[in-house]
Design a protein around this ligand. Structure first.
Ligand code: FAD
Length: 392
C-alpha cells in the first residue's frame, strides 16, 4: 500500500519536534502537525515565563541533534547544585555536581527557545513537512495504515501516527488508550524574580506544607520560580498585588537569597499525575505528556518526554534497518518496554515526595523531619536524589 507519509507526528512542541529531528535524516517521509502556530519574533530582551530544567541526558540529546549550541549561546543558565529544605527542619540537603565529577547538574532553558531551535533545524530537512495551525480531528486504523482527518478536512495516511500532543492527547483518546490519573489540587505558579543575593548558579527548593517552592537560576542573575500551591492558596497568590505577593514569597522562602522582588507577570498551571496503561497500539505510539504527566517538583516532565522521543526514534531506525513494518505493535512494544518502568518510577517518586511534604498530618511531620535528618547520612538515598536531579 502507498502511504502519504511514513510517520505523522501530532504535536510540534518540545517532544514532538525532538522526535521529528531525531528521524529527519533517515530517509523517512514525516508530517508534523500542530494546532498552535508559534511566532518566534518576541522582543530580544524578553524572557519566556516557561522554562525547563534540562538534565545532562537531555542536553546530550540536543547536542547530538545539533541544536544545543543555539540553546546556550545567548543565555547559558547552568546550575551546579541544588539545595533542598523542609518547612519544619533546619538542615538543608545539598546535591552538588562536584560530587558526581560533572561541571553542572543541568541547565535552565526557555521552552520557546527549545521549540524555536527545533523548528529551525526542521526547516532545513526536506524529508519533514511542518503544518502549523491545523488539528487532528479524527483517526482511523486498519491493518496497513493509519488515516488521520485534520481540521482542514484532509485525510492523510501513514504507517504510524505518533501522539506528542500533550496531557489531553487527542491521539490517545481516539486510539482508545486508557490512562490513570489524579489531580493534585495544586497549581504551579511560574514567574521570574530578582533576589538581593546571588543565586550562585544553584537551584533552591523549600518544601512547604502547602506545596514546594523552587527557585531556578537564570543567566541574568534573576531566578525563575515554580511555586506549587494548593488550589485555594494558589488562587489567593494569583489575586494578590505585587507587594502582597512579594511579602508572601519572602516569608515562604525565609529570605534565603535576601529580599525577593517580582520581575514578571505570573501564570498558573493546574497540576495532575497521569499515566497511560499502554504506550502503543497498532500503528500508534504516544510520547511525552501524551503518555505521562508528573508533578513538576523534580523538573523531570519534559526530560522524560525527550528520552521517550530518542528511544522511539532508535527503535524505528532498527526496524527500518531490518526491513520491518514500523507500525507493527510487536515492533512498537519494544519502545514501551524500554520506557514504561522508568517513567512510572519517576511518577511514583515525585508523587511520594509531594505527598510526604504537602501534608500536615502529625505522623508525616515526624516522618519528614526524621527522614530529612537521616537522608544526608545515607549514601544510597543521597545518590537516589542525585539521580532524580540528573533524570537517570
Ligand atoms: C509549572 C511547570 C513547570 C515545569 N517545569 C519543568 C522542568 O523544569 N523540567 C521538565 O523537564 N519539565 C517541566 N515541566 C513539565 C513540562 O512542561 C512538560 O512535560 C512538557 O511541556 C510536555 O511537552 P510535550 O511536548 O509532551 O507536550 P506539550 O508541551 O503539551 O505539547 C503538545 C503540543 O500538541 C499540540 N496539540 C494538542 N492537541 C492537538 C491536536 N488535536 N492536533 C494538533 N496538535 C495538537 C499542542 O498545541 C502542543 O503544541 C513543568 C510543568 C509545569 C506545569
Amino acid at each position: 500500500m502507498q502511504h502519504d507519509y511514513d510517520i505523522i507526528i501530532v504535536g510540534a512542541n518540545m517532544v514532538g519536534a525532538t522526535f521529528a529531528c531525531a528521524l529527519a535524516d533517515n530517509g523517512l517521509k514525516l508530517l508534523l502537525i500542530d494546532t498552535h502556530k508559534p511566532t518566534f519574533n518576541w522582543p530580544p530582551a524578553s524572557y519566556d515565563l516557561r522554562v525547563s530544567a534540562l538534565t545532562a541526558a537531555s542536553s546530550a540529546l540536543f547536542e547530538k541533534l545539533g541544536i544545543w549550541p543555539h540553546l546556550i549561546r545567548e543565555r547559558p543558565s547552568p546550575f551546579r547544585a541544588l539545595h533542598v529544605w523542609n518547612q519544619d527542619a533546619e538542615n538543608k540537603l545539598s546535591f552538588d555536581s562536584a560530587d558526581t565529577g560533572a561541571a553542572y547538574l543541568g541547565h535552565i532553558v526557555e521552552n520557546r527557545r527549545i521549540q524555536q531551535a527545533l523548528h529551525q533545524a526542521l526547516a532545513y530537512r526536506r524529508s519533514v513537512e511542518l503544518k502549523l495551525g491545523i488539528s487532528l480531528d479524527a483517526l482511523n486504523i486498519d491493518k496497513d495504515a493509519a488515516t488521520i482527518t485534520t481540521s482542514d478536512k484532509q485525510n492523510i495516511t501513514a504507517k504510524l501516527v505518533v501522539g506528542a500532543d500533550g496531557a489531553r492527547s487527542k491521539v490517545r483518546q481516539l486510539a482508545n488508550i486508557h490512562s490513570t490519573g489524579w489531580a493534585y489540587h495544586q497549581q504551579g505558579i511560574v514567574a521570574h524574580v530578582k533576589t538581593e543575593k546571588s543565586h550562585q548558579q544553584c537551584g533552591w527548593q523549600r518544601f512547604l506544607n502547602t506545596g514546594p517552592l523552587a527557585f531556578l537560576p537564570l543567566d541574568d542573575s534573576r531566578s525563575s520560580i515554580v511555586w506549587s500551591a494548593k488550589d485555594d492558596y494558589a488562587n489567593a497568590l494569583m489575586a494578590m498585588d505585587k507587594a502582597a505577593f512579594e511579602s508572601e514569597i519572602n516569608t515562604a522562602f525565609q529570605n534565603e537569597l535576601g529580599q525577593v522582588t517580582l520581575d514578571s507577570e505570573r501564570a498558573a498551571f493546574p497540576l495532575k499525575a497521569q499515566h497511560v496503561h499502554d504506550y502503543v497500539s497498532p500503528r500508534i505510539a504516544l510520547i511525552g505528556d501524551a503518555a505521562h504527566s508528573i508533578h513538576p517538583l523534580a523538573g523531570q516532565g519534559v526530560n522524560l518526554g525527550l528520552l521517550d522521543a530518542a528511544c522511539l526514534a532508535d527503535i524505528i531506525e532498527t526496524a527500518i534497518d531490518n526491513k520491518r513494518d514500523i507500525g507493527r505493535e510487536h515492533t512498537l512494544k519494544k519502545y514501551q518496554r524500554a520506557r514504561k518502568t522508568g517513567n512510572l518510577a519517576m511518577l511514583a517518586a515525585t508523587d511520594g515526595l509531594n505527598k510526604l511534604f504537602s501534608n500536615n498530618h502529625h505522623l508525616l511531620n515526624w516522618a519528614r523531619n526524621t527522614g530529612f535528618a537521616a537522608i544526608q547520612g545515607i549514601p544510597q538515598t543521597t545518590s537516589l536524589f542525585m539521580r532524580l536531579a540528573a533524570g537517570k
